[in-house]
Design a binder for this molecule. Structure first.
Ligand SMILES: *Cc1c(COP(=O)(O)O)cnc(C)c1O
Length: 399
Protein backbone atom coordinates (compact mmCIF):
# COMPACT_ATOMS: atom_id res chain seq x y z
CA UNK A 1 0.00 0.00 0.00
CA UNK A 2 1.15 3.54 -0.74
CA UNK A 3 2.79 5.07 2.35
CA UNK A 4 1.08 8.23 3.64
CA UNK A 5 3.10 11.46 3.53
CA UNK A 6 2.63 11.84 7.27
CA UNK A 7 4.68 8.63 7.72
CA UNK A 8 7.37 9.61 5.20
CA UNK A 9 5.68 8.73 1.90
CA UNK A 10 5.56 11.07 -1.09
CA UNK A 11 2.76 13.63 -0.67
CA UNK A 12 0.16 14.05 -3.40
CA UNK A 13 1.08 17.75 -3.40
CA UNK A 14 4.47 18.97 -2.22
CA UNK A 15 4.94 21.62 0.46
CA UNK A 16 5.26 24.46 -2.08
CA UNK A 17 1.92 23.64 -3.68
CA UNK A 18 -0.33 22.90 -0.74
CA UNK A 19 -3.96 23.93 -1.24
CA UNK A 20 -6.24 25.18 1.50
CA UNK A 21 -9.94 24.73 2.08
CA UNK A 22 -10.99 28.08 0.62
CA UNK A 23 -9.64 31.22 -0.98
CA UNK A 24 -10.64 34.26 -3.00
CA UNK A 25 -10.44 34.62 -6.78
CA UNK A 26 -9.13 38.11 -7.55
CA UNK A 27 -8.32 39.11 -11.13
CA UNK A 28 -6.86 42.22 -12.75
CA UNK A 29 -10.31 43.76 -13.39
CA UNK A 30 -11.08 43.55 -9.65
CA UNK A 31 -7.83 45.36 -8.85
CA UNK A 32 -8.62 47.99 -11.47
CA UNK A 33 -12.12 48.56 -10.04
CA UNK A 34 -10.65 49.26 -6.59
CA UNK A 35 -7.95 51.54 -7.99
CA UNK A 36 -10.50 53.52 -10.04
CA UNK A 37 -12.62 54.11 -6.95
CA UNK A 38 -9.63 55.19 -4.87
CA UNK A 39 -8.98 57.87 -7.53
CA UNK A 40 -12.59 59.09 -7.43
CA UNK A 41 -14.19 61.67 -5.10
CA UNK A 42 -15.87 59.16 -2.83
CA UNK A 43 -14.01 56.46 -0.99
CA UNK A 44 -16.60 55.53 1.59
CA UNK A 45 -20.29 54.72 1.40
CA UNK A 46 -21.01 56.69 -1.78
CA UNK A 47 -22.15 55.95 -5.33
CA UNK A 48 -20.46 52.52 -5.53
CA UNK A 49 -22.27 51.38 -2.40
CA UNK A 50 -25.60 52.46 -3.89
CA UNK A 51 -24.76 50.74 -7.17
CA UNK A 52 -23.86 47.61 -5.21
CA UNK A 53 -27.17 47.64 -3.36
CA UNK A 54 -29.02 47.89 -6.69
CA UNK A 55 -26.95 45.04 -8.10
CA UNK A 56 -27.68 42.79 -5.08
CA UNK A 57 -31.40 43.49 -5.47
CA UNK A 58 -31.15 42.64 -9.17
CA UNK A 59 -29.33 39.36 -8.49
CA UNK A 60 -31.58 38.22 -5.64
CA UNK A 61 -34.83 39.90 -6.79
CA UNK A 62 -35.18 41.25 -3.22
CA UNK A 63 -36.76 44.70 -2.86
CA UNK A 64 -34.08 46.22 -0.61
CA UNK A 65 -30.41 45.78 0.23
CA UNK A 66 -28.36 47.38 3.01
CA UNK A 67 -24.68 46.72 2.47
CA UNK A 68 -22.51 46.84 5.61
CA UNK A 69 -19.08 46.18 7.09
CA UNK A 70 -19.25 42.38 7.33
CA UNK A 71 -21.59 39.42 7.70
CA UNK A 72 -21.52 39.66 11.48
CA UNK A 73 -22.62 43.31 11.36
CA UNK A 74 -25.41 42.26 8.96
CA UNK A 75 -26.65 39.69 11.49
CA UNK A 76 -26.46 42.26 14.29
CA UNK A 77 -28.40 44.79 12.19
CA UNK A 78 -31.00 42.11 11.42
CA UNK A 79 -31.55 41.32 15.12
CA UNK A 80 -31.71 45.02 15.98
CA UNK A 81 -34.19 45.73 13.17
CA UNK A 82 -36.61 43.03 14.31
CA UNK A 83 -36.29 44.36 17.87
CA UNK A 84 -34.59 41.48 19.73
CA UNK A 85 -34.23 42.49 23.39
CA UNK A 86 -33.53 40.89 26.78
CA UNK A 87 -36.02 38.12 27.50
CA UNK A 88 -36.51 37.23 23.82
CA UNK A 89 -35.55 33.79 22.59
CA UNK A 90 -34.19 33.20 19.10
CA UNK A 91 -33.86 29.68 17.70
CA UNK A 92 -30.48 29.27 15.98
CA UNK A 93 -28.88 26.43 14.04
CA UNK A 94 -26.25 24.71 16.19
CA UNK A 95 -23.96 23.81 13.26
CA UNK A 96 -22.67 27.25 12.31
CA UNK A 97 -20.11 29.94 12.86
CA UNK A 98 -20.54 31.69 16.22
CA UNK A 99 -21.64 34.95 14.57
CA UNK A 100 -25.05 33.40 13.77
CA UNK A 101 -25.91 33.36 17.47
CA UNK A 102 -23.61 36.08 18.82
CA UNK A 103 -25.93 38.57 17.09
CA UNK A 104 -28.71 37.47 19.45
CA UNK A 105 -26.44 37.97 22.48
CA UNK A 106 -25.43 41.45 21.23
CA UNK A 107 -29.09 42.44 21.64
CA UNK A 108 -29.44 40.82 25.07
CA UNK A 109 -31.57 37.98 23.67
CA UNK A 110 -31.20 34.26 24.37
CA UNK A 111 -30.08 31.90 21.60
CA UNK A 112 -31.89 28.56 21.73
CA UNK A 113 -29.99 25.98 19.70
CA UNK A 114 -31.83 23.67 17.35
CA UNK A 115 -30.31 20.42 16.17
CA UNK A 116 -29.52 19.64 12.53
CA UNK A 117 -30.62 17.02 10.02
CA UNK A 118 -28.12 14.14 9.87
CA UNK A 119 -28.07 14.13 6.04
CA UNK A 120 -27.94 17.82 5.03
CA UNK A 121 -26.59 19.31 8.31
CA UNK A 122 -29.15 22.09 7.96
CA UNK A 123 -31.45 23.07 10.83
CA UNK A 124 -33.95 20.33 11.74
CA UNK A 125 -37.44 21.76 11.29
CA UNK A 126 -38.97 19.30 13.76
CA UNK A 127 -36.50 20.36 16.45
CA UNK A 128 -37.30 24.00 15.72
CA UNK A 129 -40.97 23.24 16.41
CA UNK A 130 -40.10 21.55 19.72
CA UNK A 131 -38.08 24.56 20.84
CA UNK A 132 -40.69 27.26 20.29
CA UNK A 133 -41.95 28.89 23.52
CA UNK A 134 -44.03 32.00 24.15
CA UNK A 135 -40.76 33.94 24.35
CA UNK A 136 -39.57 32.93 20.87
CA UNK A 137 -39.30 35.92 18.53
CA UNK A 138 -37.29 34.67 15.57
CA UNK A 139 -35.38 31.88 13.88
CA UNK A 140 -31.85 32.28 12.51
CA UNK A 141 -31.47 29.51 9.92
CA UNK A 142 -28.11 28.99 8.25
CA UNK A 143 -27.76 27.76 4.66
CA UNK A 144 -24.92 25.41 5.63
CA UNK A 145 -22.34 25.01 2.80
CA UNK A 146 -24.68 27.03 0.55
CA UNK A 147 -27.59 24.59 0.47
CA UNK A 148 -30.83 26.43 1.27
CA UNK A 149 -32.63 25.49 4.48
CA UNK A 150 -36.22 24.21 4.16
CA UNK A 151 -37.54 27.71 3.65
CA UNK A 152 -41.14 26.73 2.89
CA UNK A 153 -41.51 24.80 6.16
CA UNK A 154 -39.68 27.44 8.21
CA UNK A 155 -41.80 30.24 6.74
CA UNK A 156 -44.96 28.31 7.60
CA UNK A 157 -43.78 27.88 11.22
CA UNK A 158 -42.95 31.59 11.39
CA UNK A 159 -46.39 32.53 10.06
CA UNK A 160 -48.15 30.24 12.54
CA UNK A 161 -46.20 31.53 15.56
CA UNK A 162 -45.70 35.14 14.48
CA UNK A 163 -41.90 34.86 14.29
CA UNK A 164 -39.34 36.53 12.07
CA UNK A 165 -37.23 34.38 9.80
CA UNK A 166 -33.62 35.51 9.48
CA UNK A 167 -31.69 33.50 6.93
CA UNK A 168 -27.95 33.53 7.47
CA UNK A 169 -26.94 33.29 3.83
CA UNK A 170 -23.21 33.80 4.46
CA UNK A 171 -22.61 30.62 2.41
CA UNK A 172 -25.41 30.83 -0.11
CA UNK A 173 -25.30 33.81 -2.45
CA UNK A 174 -26.21 32.45 -5.89
CA UNK A 175 -28.34 29.60 -4.50
CA UNK A 176 -31.99 29.29 -5.54
CA UNK A 177 -34.76 27.66 -3.52
CA UNK A 178 -37.66 26.35 -5.62
CA UNK A 179 -36.44 28.67 -8.37
CA UNK A 180 -36.29 31.79 -6.19
CA UNK A 181 -32.92 33.33 -5.33
CA UNK A 182 -31.82 33.23 -1.70
CA UNK A 183 -32.17 36.79 -0.42
CA UNK A 184 -35.74 37.22 -1.66
CA UNK A 185 -37.49 34.73 0.63
CA UNK A 186 -36.85 35.23 4.38
CA UNK A 187 -37.83 38.39 6.31
CA UNK A 188 -34.15 39.31 6.30
CA UNK A 189 -31.34 37.41 4.58
CA UNK A 190 -27.78 38.26 5.52
CA UNK A 191 -24.72 37.75 3.34
CA UNK A 192 -20.99 37.76 4.11
CA UNK A 193 -18.33 38.81 1.64
CA UNK A 194 -15.31 37.54 3.56
CA UNK A 195 -12.53 36.27 1.24
CA UNK A 196 -13.41 32.58 1.65
CA UNK A 197 -17.04 33.17 0.63
CA UNK A 198 -18.24 32.88 -2.99
CA UNK A 199 -17.69 36.59 -3.77
CA UNK A 200 -15.63 38.98 -1.68
CA UNK A 201 -15.26 42.62 -0.70
CA UNK A 202 -12.26 41.86 1.57
CA UNK A 203 -14.68 42.37 4.44
CA UNK A 204 -18.33 43.05 3.73
CA UNK A 205 -21.88 42.02 4.38
CA UNK A 206 -25.47 42.79 3.41
CA UNK A 207 -29.03 42.55 4.66
CA UNK A 208 -31.69 41.79 2.06
CA UNK A 209 -35.40 42.34 2.73
CA UNK A 210 -38.70 42.90 0.94
CA UNK A 211 -40.14 44.80 3.94
CA UNK A 212 -40.09 48.62 3.69
CA UNK A 213 -40.15 49.19 7.48
CA UNK A 214 -37.33 46.73 8.17
CA UNK A 215 -35.33 48.33 5.37
CA UNK A 216 -35.69 51.80 6.92
CA UNK A 217 -34.46 50.51 10.27
CA UNK A 218 -31.55 48.55 8.79
CA UNK A 219 -30.48 51.61 6.80
CA UNK A 220 -30.62 53.92 9.84
CA UNK A 221 -28.92 51.46 12.17
CA UNK A 222 -26.00 51.03 9.76
CA UNK A 223 -25.06 54.65 10.22
CA UNK A 224 -25.49 55.75 13.87
CA UNK A 225 -29.30 55.94 13.70
CA UNK A 226 -28.87 59.39 12.14
CA UNK A 227 -31.20 60.58 9.38
CA UNK A 228 -31.10 63.47 6.93
CA UNK A 229 -34.54 62.57 5.57
CA UNK A 230 -37.04 65.26 6.62
CA UNK A 231 -39.89 62.74 6.62
CA UNK A 232 -38.19 60.73 9.36
CA UNK A 233 -37.30 63.77 11.50
CA UNK A 234 -39.28 64.58 14.60
CA UNK A 235 -38.33 68.26 14.83
CA UNK A 236 -38.33 71.21 12.45
CA UNK A 237 -35.17 71.43 10.28
CA UNK A 238 -32.80 74.16 11.48
CA UNK A 239 -31.00 74.51 8.14
CA UNK A 240 -29.10 72.66 5.44
CA UNK A 241 -26.71 71.10 8.01
CA UNK A 242 -29.51 69.68 10.10
CA UNK A 243 -29.72 65.97 10.86
CA UNK A 244 -31.30 63.96 13.63
CA UNK A 245 -30.28 60.89 15.56
CA UNK A 246 -33.55 59.05 16.04
CA UNK A 247 -32.28 55.68 17.29
CA UNK A 248 -29.09 54.20 18.66
CA UNK A 249 -27.21 52.91 15.64
CA UNK A 250 -23.67 51.91 14.77
CA UNK A 251 -21.05 52.71 12.19
CA UNK A 252 -21.33 49.52 10.13
CA UNK A 253 -20.67 51.19 6.77
CA UNK A 254 -18.56 49.67 4.01
CA UNK A 255 -16.06 51.70 1.95
CA UNK A 256 -16.77 52.53 -1.68
CA UNK A 257 -13.60 50.79 -2.84
CA UNK A 258 -14.76 47.59 -1.17
CA UNK A 259 -18.14 48.08 -2.86
CA UNK A 260 -16.32 48.47 -6.19
CA UNK A 261 -14.46 45.22 -5.58
CA UNK A 262 -17.67 43.40 -4.79
CA UNK A 263 -19.44 44.84 -7.85
CA UNK A 264 -16.62 43.52 -9.99
CA UNK A 265 -16.85 40.13 -8.25
CA UNK A 266 -20.63 39.98 -8.67
CA UNK A 267 -20.27 40.51 -12.42
CA UNK A 268 -18.59 37.08 -12.30
CA UNK A 269 -21.04 35.39 -9.92
CA UNK A 270 -22.40 33.09 -12.65
CA UNK A 271 -18.91 31.99 -13.60
CA UNK A 272 -17.99 31.36 -9.94
CA UNK A 273 -21.29 29.63 -9.28
CA UNK A 274 -21.00 27.33 -12.30
CA UNK A 275 -17.45 26.35 -11.43
CA UNK A 276 -18.47 25.62 -7.83
CA UNK A 277 -21.35 23.46 -9.05
CA UNK A 278 -19.01 21.67 -11.43
CA UNK A 279 -16.44 20.87 -8.72
CA UNK A 280 -19.16 19.75 -6.29
CA UNK A 281 -20.43 17.34 -8.95
CA UNK A 282 -16.91 15.97 -9.60
CA UNK A 283 -16.41 15.39 -5.85
CA UNK A 284 -19.89 13.87 -5.44
CA UNK A 285 -19.23 11.44 -8.31
CA UNK A 286 -15.77 10.55 -6.99
CA UNK A 287 -16.90 9.83 -3.42
CA UNK A 288 -20.45 8.52 -3.97
CA UNK A 289 -19.55 4.83 -4.10
CA UNK A 290 -17.07 4.86 -1.21
CA UNK A 291 -18.01 3.07 2.01
CA UNK A 292 -15.49 5.03 4.07
CA UNK A 293 -17.24 8.38 3.53
CA UNK A 294 -20.63 9.99 3.63
CA UNK A 295 -21.31 12.97 1.42
CA UNK A 296 -23.82 15.70 2.12
CA UNK A 297 -27.31 15.08 0.76
CA UNK A 298 -28.54 17.48 -1.90
CA UNK A 299 -32.23 18.33 -1.53
CA UNK A 300 -34.03 18.88 -4.86
CA UNK A 301 -35.57 22.22 -3.74
CA UNK A 302 -32.13 23.84 -3.51
CA UNK A 303 -30.21 24.70 -6.66
CA UNK A 304 -27.04 25.16 -4.68
CA UNK A 305 -24.04 27.38 -5.27
CA UNK A 306 -21.80 25.41 -2.94
CA UNK A 307 -19.54 27.30 -0.53
CA UNK A 308 -17.90 24.37 1.32
CA UNK A 309 -17.50 20.70 0.53
CA UNK A 310 -17.92 18.56 3.64
CA UNK A 311 -16.98 14.89 3.86
CA UNK A 312 -18.00 12.75 6.82
CA UNK A 313 -16.01 9.73 7.96
CA UNK A 314 -17.76 6.41 8.46
CA UNK A 315 -16.24 4.99 11.67
CA UNK A 316 -17.49 1.49 10.77
CA UNK A 317 -15.24 1.44 7.71
CA UNK A 318 -12.22 3.42 8.90
CA UNK A 319 -9.81 2.49 11.66
CA UNK A 320 -8.46 6.03 12.20
CA UNK A 321 -9.77 8.91 14.25
CA UNK A 322 -10.97 12.13 12.61
CA UNK A 323 -7.77 13.78 13.90
CA UNK A 324 -5.59 11.13 12.23
CA UNK A 325 -7.50 11.46 8.95
CA UNK A 326 -7.27 15.26 9.12
CA UNK A 327 -3.52 15.25 9.80
CA UNK A 328 -2.88 12.66 7.07
CA UNK A 329 -4.83 14.68 4.50
CA UNK A 330 -3.01 17.84 5.56
CA UNK A 331 0.35 16.15 5.06
CA UNK A 332 -0.72 15.12 1.55
CA UNK A 333 -0.93 18.85 0.74
CA UNK A 334 -4.70 19.19 0.34
CA UNK A 335 -5.43 20.89 3.62
CA UNK A 336 -8.83 20.42 5.22
CA UNK A 337 -10.67 22.48 7.84
CA UNK A 338 -13.56 21.64 10.16
CA UNK A 339 -16.90 23.48 9.88
CA UNK A 340 -18.10 23.76 12.63
CA UNK A 341 -17.70 23.19 16.33
CA UNK A 342 -21.36 23.34 17.47
CA UNK A 343 -21.63 26.93 18.71
CA UNK A 344 -22.68 26.12 22.27
CA UNK A 345 -19.58 23.90 22.73
CA UNK A 346 -17.39 27.02 22.83
CA UNK A 347 -16.23 27.92 26.36
CA UNK A 348 -17.98 31.29 26.25
CA UNK A 349 -21.33 29.59 25.64
CA UNK A 350 -20.58 26.93 28.23
CA UNK A 351 -20.07 29.72 30.75
CA UNK A 352 -23.53 30.98 29.83
CA UNK A 353 -24.88 27.57 30.88
CA UNK A 354 -25.22 25.64 27.59
CA UNK A 355 -24.39 21.96 28.12
CA UNK A 356 -22.97 19.11 26.06
CA UNK A 357 -25.72 16.86 24.76
CA UNK A 358 -28.03 19.72 23.76
CA UNK A 359 -27.96 18.88 20.03
CA UNK A 360 -26.77 15.26 19.70
CA UNK A 361 -26.97 15.09 15.89
CA UNK A 362 -24.75 18.18 15.51
CA UNK A 363 -22.31 16.89 18.13
CA UNK A 364 -22.04 13.50 16.39
CA UNK A 365 -21.55 15.16 12.99
CA UNK A 366 -18.87 17.45 14.38
CA UNK A 367 -16.81 14.42 15.48
CA UNK A 368 -16.68 13.01 11.93
CA UNK A 369 -16.70 15.90 9.44
CA UNK A 370 -14.11 17.96 7.61
CA UNK A 371 -14.18 20.38 4.69
CA UNK A 372 -11.82 19.62 1.81
CA UNK A 373 -10.38 22.26 -0.55
CA UNK A 374 -13.26 23.88 -2.39
CA UNK A 375 -13.28 27.18 -4.25
CA UNK A 376 -14.00 28.38 -7.76
CA UNK A 377 -10.35 29.05 -8.63
CA UNK A 378 -9.31 25.41 -8.04
CA UNK A 379 -7.77 23.95 -11.19
CA UNK A 380 -8.79 20.53 -12.51
CA UNK A 381 -5.41 19.25 -11.40
CA UNK A 382 -5.99 20.52 -7.86
CA UNK A 383 -9.46 18.95 -7.80
CA UNK A 384 -8.01 15.62 -8.98
CA UNK A 385 -5.18 15.80 -6.44
CA UNK A 386 -7.71 16.39 -3.67
CA UNK A 387 -9.68 13.33 -4.74
CA UNK A 388 -6.45 11.34 -4.99
CA UNK A 389 -5.40 12.41 -1.47
CA UNK A 390 -8.79 11.63 0.09
CA UNK A 391 -8.84 8.20 -1.57
CA UNK A 392 -5.24 7.51 -0.55
CA UNK A 393 -5.98 8.24 3.11
CA UNK A 394 -9.23 6.24 2.98
CA UNK A 395 -7.47 3.26 1.45
CA UNK A 396 -4.69 3.37 4.02
CA UNK A 397 -7.07 3.44 6.97
CA UNK A 398 -9.83 1.23 5.52
CA UNK A 399 -11.06 -1.50 7.88
C1 LIG B 1 -18.65 33.91 7.50
C2 LIG B 1 -19.87 33.69 8.28
C3 LIG B 1 -20.46 34.69 9.06
C4 LIG B 1 -19.79 35.99 9.39
O1 LIG B 1 -19.43 36.75 8.32
P1 LIG B 1 -18.22 37.81 8.47
O2 LIG B 1 -18.33 38.56 7.18
O3 LIG B 1 -16.95 37.02 8.60
O4 LIG B 1 -18.49 38.66 9.65
C5 LIG B 1 -21.69 34.42 9.64
N1 LIG B 1 -22.29 33.24 9.50
C6 LIG B 1 -21.73 32.23 8.79
C7 LIG B 1 -22.47 30.94 8.67
C8 LIG B 1 -20.49 32.42 8.18
O5 LIG B 1 -19.95 31.41 7.50
Amino acid sequence: MEELAIFGGTPVRDANHKIYYGRQWIEEDDVQAVADTLRSNFITCGPKTEELEKKLCEITTAKHAVVCANGTAALHLACLAIGIKPGDEVIVSSMTFAASSNCVLYCGGTPVFADIRPDTYNIDVEDVKRKITDKTKAIVAVDFTGQAVELDKLKKICDEHDLYLIEDGAHSIGTKYNGKPVGSIADITTFSFHPVKTVTAGEGGACMTNDDELYKKLHLLRSHGITKDSEEMTKESEGPWYQEQIMLGFNYRITDFQAALLLSQLSKLDKFSNRRKEIAKIYDDAFKGMDELYIQKNIPESDTTRHLYVIRLNPDKLKCTRREFFDALYAEGTCPQVHYIPVYRHPYYERLGYKKGLCPVAEAAYEQIMSIPFYAALTDEEVNDTIKAVKKVCKYYAK
